[in-house]
Design a protein around this ligand. Structure first.
Ligand code: FAD
Length: 324
């Protein structure tokens, strides 16, 4: 039996950081990772102290190396398919003193073997998947000319003619944030009714235009974005900017275990990082307020790892889960 203290689902900054803290707490930890990080579209990541400008892949490689340097670390290249709770008897038979445990199954990727772990706790660090507005060429510019995280990539776009493309109700706040970097900003709603007239007036007062016509596509020359073509054929010259994807928290592996989500579909956790399923924790982009930054995901991973460790210590002693 492949018995571990915690099975961590996802080997991005949140999962790796939690994993590092937990192996350093002398726990046997398995990370299952399907190697599809949200930021794989980009070549540089910004704002991670000591690694500003590093490639996202390099950051993951370094994180994995640090985790795997510990003897109780296991890293599996696998897509988690199932998380099944053990009965209290099964958990105790597995050696889990508080009667809580899970069977976690994953399908090996890139030629790796399938894996199965029996874990006392599960930590979901699976990040988010994202759908961009349905424009044929948008993916080609995503991660180079177009980004989604303003804090991460705003600086490089200072004073350029920018777009903000989105169809959700948080467009106004995003436009305000981007206006810090360039006042030459056009907000494209792609025909969606997401900006109120008073918001449009406020944006106009700081020089930001709103374009409500539907978009046909993003246009460019070779790798360079040159504009946005509207459905009526007009091309608005723009060199880049931001897009608001729709995010999805990929927790299908929880099966029939009902895990609470908020209105945006994010996984709800308490102040210790535990979900509505006892013994299952979550960290990183997948928890409210949703996608943020690498360093925040990593910090969240470290914080929740400490709570998880204490939960397991108290569970062993039978003294409950309140850690104050
Ligand atoms: C284009 C782009 C550019 C960005 N640039 C920056 C930047 O410059 N600076 C910055 O700070 N932030 C940046 N970000 C944001 C940053 O990437 C995220 O905030 C951060 O990666 C979140 O970390 P995470 O660990 O929660 O999730 P992720 O990094 O997405 O990692 C989640 C991992 O879980 C794995 N996974 C998912 N489902 C399963 C499953 N069922 N089984 C096993 N594994 C699974 C995925 O393969 C992935 O490896 C950018 C994001 C994007 C999209």
């Amino acid at each position: 039996m492949n018995r571990v203290g915690v099975a961590i689902i996802g080997g991005g900054p949140a999962g790796l950081s939690a994993g590092l803290q937990l192996v350093r707490a002398n726990r046997r930890i398995a990370i299952l990772d399907s190697n599809r990080p949200r930021h794989s579209a980009t070549l540089q990541s910004h704002g991670f102290l000591t690694r500003d400008g590093a490639s996202p892949l390099e950051l993951r490689r370094l994180g994995r190396e640090e985790f795997e340097a510990y003897p109780t670390a296991v890293f599996s290249q696998a897509m988690t398919r199932e998380v099944i709770p053990l009965s209290a008897d099964e958990a105790i038979t597995a050696g889990f003193p508080d009667g809580i445990g899970f069977r976690v199954r994953g399908t090996g990727i890139r030629g790796a073997a399938d894996v199965e772990y029996v874990a006392r706790r599960v930590l979901i660090a699976a990040g988010l998947t994202e759908d961009l507005p349905a424009l044929p060429m948008i993916r080609a510019y995503y991660g180079t000319a177009l980004h989604s995280c303003v804090e991460c990539d705003g600086f490089e776009k200072t004073d350029k003619p920018l777009v903000l493309i989105g169809e959700t109700s948080d467009l106004f706040a995003r436009a305000l944030l981007i206006s810090r970097f360039s006042s030459d900003l056009i907000v494209f709603t792609n025909g969606a009714d997401t900006l109120r007239p008073e918001q449009e007036a406020q944006l106009a007062s700081i020089g930001v235009r709103v374009e409500r016509r539907a978009i046909d596509d993003i246009v460019g020359e070779k790798a360079e974005m040159t504009g946005v073509r509207l459905a009526d054929g007009e091309v608005v010259p723009r060199v880049g900017g931001f897009v608001r994807p729709r995010w999805h928290a990929p927790v299908e592996f929880m099966g029939e275990l009902e895990i609470e989500r908020d209105d945006w579909g994010l996984v709800v956790v308490d102040e210790r990082g535990e979900t509505s399923v006892r013994g299952v924790y979550a960290v990183g982009d997948i928890v409210p307020p949703g996608p943020q930054q690498l360093i925040i995901a990593a910090g969240n991973g470290a914080r929740v790892a400490a709570k998880l460790n204490m939960d397991m210590i108290r569970g062993m002693l039978g003294v409950g889960m309140i850690d104050e």
